[in-house]
Design a protein around this ligand. Structure first.
Ligand SMILES: [Zn+2]
Length: 313
C-alpha cells in the first residue's frame, strides 16, 4: 500500500499538542468583530443583547442541498473528543461529509473533505485516526453532470485536515468565502516566528479569488443560505444555515459537534482552540436551532448523514 504523507493530519496533531488557553485572547476579539463583506449586519449582536434569529426572506424555490461523501474516519480512541475525559478508550467511526448547494444564482460547495489522493492510496493511519475515501468530490460532481468549474463559490466550516483536503481540485475562478478569523488562523501575518511553516499549509487556497466574511454572511442575498460564526473549535469555525423550500431550515454543524453524544452531553474536544468560546457558540447555535425549528445535521455523525435523500429540497 502506498504511504501518503498526510501533512495536514500532522498539523492537527501539532495543533493538539500546542493547544494552550493563553493563545486565545487576541483571537477572541478578531472572531467577534464585524468583518468587511458582512452583508447582513442586522443579525449581528452586541454582548448582552438577545440575538435576532429571523430569516431575511422566503426560501429560494429552487434551492437544493446535496450531500457528498468526503470520506470515513475511524477513531481508535475518542479521548481527545471530550475535555471531561469520559470518552477515553472508546472508538467510533465518523462520516466525513461535504455539501453542494444548488441555487438559481450559483452553486456553493461547503467543506472539502479528506485528500483526494486517499482514493488511490487506500486507508491511512496516523495517531488515533484511520482515514479513507472512496470517491473524490470532482468524480461525484461528474456523476451529476457537473464539474468543479461549475462551482462558483466554496466555503469551509474550518481549516482542519478533513475539511480542506480537496481544495487543490477547485477551479481557480472559484470564489472562496472565508471567515476573517479563520483566514488569520490559516495564514498568520508574515514576520512572526514559525510563520513560514504555517503559510505553506494551505497552498491550494492561495490561487482562489478570496472574499473575507464575518458572522451571518448571506451567501445569495435572499436569506436562503447563511454562514454563521460558531467559533471555538478553531478561531473562525462556522456552521451553515440552509433554508430549504420543502424541508425548512437545516443547520449543518461543521465540527461544533462530532457525534450525537457530544451534542446531548455538550462535550467539547480537548484539541479545540478555545473551550469556553466553543460553549458560547453551542449555546447560541442551540438557541437559533430552537427558534427556527431547524433540523440539525452533525456532519460527522452517521445517524444524521447516512439516510438522507439524494437531493434535499
Ligand atoms: Zn472534522
Amino acid at each position: 500500500m502506498k504511504i501518503l504523507p498526510l501533512v495536514s493530519l500532522g498539523a492537527l496533531a501539532l495543533a493538539i499538542s500546542a493547544c494552550s488557553p493563553t493563545d486565545t485572547s487576541a483571537d477572541d476579539t478578531a472572531a467577534t468583530a464585524p468583518a468587511e463583506g458582512d452583508v447582513s449586519g442586522d443579525m449581528d449582536t452586541a454582548a448582552g443583547e438577545t440575538p435576532a434569529y429571523t430569516m431575511a426572506s422566503e426560501p429560494a424555490e429552487e434551492l437544493q442541498l446535496i450531500k457528498l461523501d468526503c470520506g470515513t474516519i475511524y477513531v481508535s480512541d475518542l479521548n481527545i473528543f471530550s475535555v471531561e475525559g469520559d470518552y477515553a478508550g472508546q472508538t467510533d467511526t465518523f462520516t466525513d461529509t461535504c455539501w453542494l448547494l444548488r441555487h438559481p444564482d450559483g452553486d456553493l460547495l461547503w467543506d472539502l473533505g479528506l485528500p483526494g489522493e486517499l482514493v488511490e492510496a487506500g486507508e491511512q493511519t496516523q495517531d488515533v485516526f484511520s482515514v479513507s475515501l472512496d470517491k473524490t468530490i470532482s468524480d461525484q460532481l461528474i456523476e451529476m453532470g457537473l464539474g468543479m468549474s461549475d462551482v462558483e463559490m466554496v466555503a469551509i466550516s474550518h481549516s482542519h485536515f478533513d475539511h480542506v483536503g480537496q481544495a487543490g481540485d477547485l477551479d481557480p475562478a472559484t470564489t472562496w468565502l472565508v471567515n476573517e478569523a479563520e483566514y488569520g488562523f490559516m495564514f498568520p501575518e508574515a514576520g512572526a516566528e514559525g510563520d513560514d511553516q504555517a503559510e505553506s499549509q494551505f497552498p491550494a487556497f492561495e490561487g482562489l479569488t478570496r472574499e473575507t466574511i464575518g458572522d451571518n454572511h448571506d451567501v445569495f442575498g435572499d436569506g436562503s443560505v447563511i454562514i454563521i460564526e460558531t467559533p471555538g473549535h478553531t478561531p473562525g469555525h462556522s456552521s451553515l444555515l440552509v433554508n430549504l423550500p420543502e424541508t425548512g431550515p437545516v443547520l449543518l454543524t461543521g465540527d461544533l459537534y462530532h457525534r450525537e453524544e457530544s451534542r446531548e452531553g455538550e462535550r467539547v474536544p480537548a484539541f479545540n482552540f478555545d473551550v469556553e468560546q466553543t460553549r458560547a457558540s453551542i449555546a447560541e447555535f442551540e438557541a437559533r436551532a430552537e427558534e427556527l425549528g431547524a433540523r440539525v445535521i452533525i456532519q460527522h455523525e452517521p445517524a444524521d448523514t447516512n439516510d438522507l435523500p439524494d437531493v434535499m429540497r
